[in-house]
Write a protein that binds this ligand. Structure first.
Ligand code: HEM
Length: 491
């Protein structure tokens, strides 16, 4: 253990019995000296760095005994993110995501290059426009058929709206399958469930499906239905691919069609690889966006003055407010600023793991202004601590304050904002997510005033307590809101 700490220069940080990367740590709540728990980097944000006086800290654990590095230093992070071959992705941590087939997220080296070359061009301007149009349609369908244009609508957990909404969006813009809030209940011939249910089950129960062995999936009614959902989704995807391959070529802008086209030109992807990659778009793009939208709405409810500024801004830039178009996105600067500020404060992915492929060093400055050199032995896991960076006061003034205005000027530090990672392995769906978020928020804020649900049991709650309650998180696959009860009042 001491040797492990010495190998990374005795730089201070976290010391625990159980490593954060071991499966065991997922089940042990945060206990000093024993385990960090799952959301430690979000819980601590920059505080440990401030206490220790370094922007690079170490994690040393006894089981397994290995040192790790956690970075909140923008220059060191830029180096790690830019030089992919020096700091590759530890793909062993992602094997579970290959459940549906080999894919871009779980690969490295030549295999990743091949996937990226085929997948990157599928995120086109035309696809973004489709994302916009589908989001507008899905929001109108929500207002008309679910909320029935009522004056007051209360939702006990706003995730119950954002999760289906983002699922419908990825279904339409990803697979070309349009879903509506109330429709989609007919099971097609030769299937045992609807596409909507298969999609819902596969995205909701991803974690138990990955953790439980096949025999355990057969034990209860519920796990059998989960397994069926995954099998059905695979069958639906295979059918979609076969249909498109057989039928006459039609101009389509969804990701699956572009992936098929790109795959047909040159070095193609096998059906398994096609399914693996389209499934990973679904997983990577659905929950991350849904959770970020929850945090955005909760912050707007907690900060009514910011919400009013946003409402006035949207009204002022959209002459025909009720039918915003994709071409108007560049005008909606404050909507984007609110979304960015939410991503800074509540990044969906809190740790981006990398591994050093060589013996190297990082230089950083401690609080006394001295340069400190941190040795990094080959094979050490080097993690990018996203909340650590996003709350680092060297880059963000009053980082704990919700201030969307900081993203309206052009002077914010791009290297200190990495919710979508950056460099060669940056998120492929960034524009997709930004487009859907701007459309979702614009539509909602224009029609409804967002407030926190008033409940008698919380009548005497202080603002700080209310904020703490509403913004409570757990870390599952991504940073997840626990319960956000909101009331929407028609404007
Ligand atoms: C707010 C929403 C989103 C956030 C915060 C986000 C964040 C990220 C981050 C941090 C990574 C790097 C992960 C790593 O290196 O381990 C990533 C990768 C990726 N994301 Fe996103 N993402 C979002 C939405 C989307 C959407 C909508 C899609 C697709 C429709 C998508 C597709 C991908 C893909 C394919 C990669 C892998 C890129 C590669 O390894 O080359 N993401 N995302």
């Amino acid at each position: 253990f001491r040797q492990a700490a010495r190998s990374v220069g005795e730089i201070p940080g976290y010391r625990t019995l159980v490593s954060r990367s071991s499966l065991l740590s997922s089940f042990i709540p945060r206990t000093p000296g024993l385990s960090l728990g799952r959301a430690w980097s979000f819980e601590d944000k920059y505080s440990r760095y401030a206490e220790n006086g370094y922007d690079i800290l170490t994690l040393v654990s006894a089981f397994p005994c290995k040192p790790e590095i956690v970075l909140a230093d923008a220059a060191a992070i830029k180096e790690v993110i830019t030089y992919r071959s020096r700091f590759p992705k530890p793909v062993d941590l992602y094997v579970a995501t290959s459940f549906f087939g080999y894919n871009i997220v779980a690969s490295e080296g030549e295999e990743w290059k091949r996937y990226r070359k085929i997948a990157a061009p599928t995120f086109t301007e035309r696809n973004n426009k489709l994302v916009w149009n589908e989001t507008v349609a899905i929001m109108n369908d929500l207002f008309d058929s679910v909320w029935e244009n009522q004056q007051v609508v209360t939702v006990d957990h706003i995730l119950d709206i954002t999760l289906p909404a983002t699922l419908f969006i990825i279904s339409a813009a990803g697979f070309g399958q349009k879903l509506t809030w109330k429709g989609g209940s007919i099971v097609p011939p030769h299937h045992k469930m609807t596409f909507k249910d298969a999609l819902y089950i596969s995205t909701t129960y991803m974690l138990p499906r990955l953790l439980l062995p096949n025999w355990a999936m057969k034990l209860t009614e519920k796990t059998r239905r989960i397994q069926l959902g995954f099998t059905e989704l695979r069958t639906f995807m295979t059918e979609m691919i076969e249909d498109r391959m057989k039928s006459e070529k039609v101009e389509r802008d969804d990701l699956l069609s572009s992936l098929l086209d790109a795959s047909n030109d040159g070095e193609g992807l096998s059906t398994d690889e096609l399914i693996g990659n389209i499934f990973i778009f679904l997983i990577a793009g659905h929950e991350t966006t849904a959770h970020t939208l929850c945090f955005t709405l909760a912050l707007l409810a907690l900060y009514p003055a910011e919400q009013e500024k946003l409402y006035e801004h949207i009204k002022s830039v959209l002459p025909d407010a009720y039918a915003p178009t994709y071409e108007q996105v560049p005008l909606l600067t404050r909507v984007m600023a609110v979304f960015n500020e939410t991503l800074r404060m509540f990044p969906a992915v809190i740790i981006i793991p990398k591994r050093s492929a060589e013996d190297t060093t990082f230089s950083t400055m401690n609080t006394r202004g001295e340069t400190v050199v941190v040795p990094i032995p080959k094979g050490t896991d080097v993690h990018i601590n996203v909340p650590g960076l996003h709350y680092n006061p060297k880059y963000w003034e009053n980082p704990y304050e919700f201030k969307p205005d900081r993203f309206l000027n052009d002077d914010w530090n791009r290297d200190a904002f990495i919710p979508f990672s950056a460099g060669p392995r940056a998120c492929l769906g960034r524009k997709f997510a930004e487009t859907e978020a701007v459309a979702f928020l614009t539509m909602l804020v224009l029609r409804y005033k967002i407030t926190v649900k008033e409940e008698p049991c919380f009548a005497n709650e202080t603002f700080e307590k209310r904020k703490e309650r509403l913004l409570k998180v757990v870390s599952i696959l991504t940073l997840t809101p626990v319960k956000m009860p909101l009331t929407f009042i028609r404007r």
